[in-house]
Design a protein around this ligand. Structure first.
Ligand code: NAP
Length: 250
């Protein structure tokens, strides 16, 4: 059945980590989670950009702190997990948002370097951060993991010649987001029965630096599916893929 996930009552003490939160959709997800009463950790690979984003949210009266985190660097991921453990002892919400879109050629001409760089961040980075944070999410008692997917990772939508999404050359990006969908389901299946819900969010086409500031949706709307999935009640769905309207086909 197609249904949009509902949002639970805000939990004042929840600790949420958003990767790639210094700008774009990630910053807005962090803002909206903080508005729910969460303490939000602004994961960012650049200290100046991360500190500035956290300061922007604090100036809005929100509880936001910069957490150094390059999701493609194992040492950085391990250090971030140690910091969260030392400062908070647990993690309630992980939003794997950091992502990149590097394609600008037809599939027949995409380089291995572009494929590897894209998968490093969009897929392997997500697995690495999730594995590192899982012990802390298990201590939450109600962990939520949200992976920032894309409708361009939907094989159902992109294989339909009537769908506008079949008209883009995005071998590396689309394949990485399709792989991310599989990653989402794999973790969801492992964590069923542990009160950790794992889902993928599709923000829609949002004007950010990733899209050259082109898009149909505002960052506010683009953040909503992830925020809803990050604040699901205990009986909420897992192993699903959602946009602002409801379920997205895989
Ligand atoms: P964006 O504005 O370009 O933001 C990307 C974020 O990822 C930035 O904070 C960037 O940090 C960070 N990042 C890049 N490499 C990183 C690394 N190695 N470690 C940690 N963070 C890193 O893009 P966006 O549109 O908000 O995209 C956010 C997510 O939404 C992505 O996963 C994207 O695929 C997904 N998405 C976007 C759209 C859309 O229409 N915009 C549609 C579907 C899905 P720096 O500033 O340091 O580079």
């Amino acid at each position: 059945m197609t249904h949009a996930p509902s949002t639970s009552t805000p939990t004042s003490s929840a600790i949420a980590l958003v990767t790639g939160a210094n700008k774009g959709i990630g910053l807005e997800v962090a803002r909206q989670l903080a508005q729910h009463g969460h303490t939000v950790l602004i994961g960012a690979r650049d200290a100046a950009r991360g500190e500035q984003a956290a300061e922007t949210l604090r100036a809005e009266g929100l509880d936001a702190r910069f957490l150094p985190l390059d999701v493609t660097d194992d040492a950085s991921v391990a250090a971030a997990a140690s910091t969260v453990k030392a400062q908070f002892g647990r993690l309630d919400v992980l939003v794997n948002n950091a992502g990149v879109q590097l394609d600008d050629l037809p599939p027949s001409r995409v380089s291995g370097a572009v494929l590897r760089q894209t998968f490093d961040l969009n897929v392997f980075g997500v697995v690495s951060v999730t594995q590192a944070m899982l012990p802390l999410l298990r201590l939450s008692g109600a962990g939520r993991i949200v992976n920032m997917g894309s409708a361009l990772g939907s094989l159902t939508l992109t294989s339909d010649p009537q769908n506008m999404r079949s008209g883009y050359w995005l071998l590396a990006y689309a394949a990485s987001k399709a792989a991310l969908n599989a990653v989402t389901v794999q973790f969801a299946n492992e964590l069923r029965g542990e009160n950790i819900l794992v889902n993928a969010a599709d923000p829609g086409y949002v004007a950010t630096d990733l899209t050259g500031q082109q898009g149909f949706n505002s960052v506010q709307d683009g953040a909503l599916p992830a925020v809803r999935l990050a604040t699901l009640p205990a009986d909420g769905p897992t192993a699903g893929f959602y946009n602002i309207e409801g379920q997205v086909p895989w």
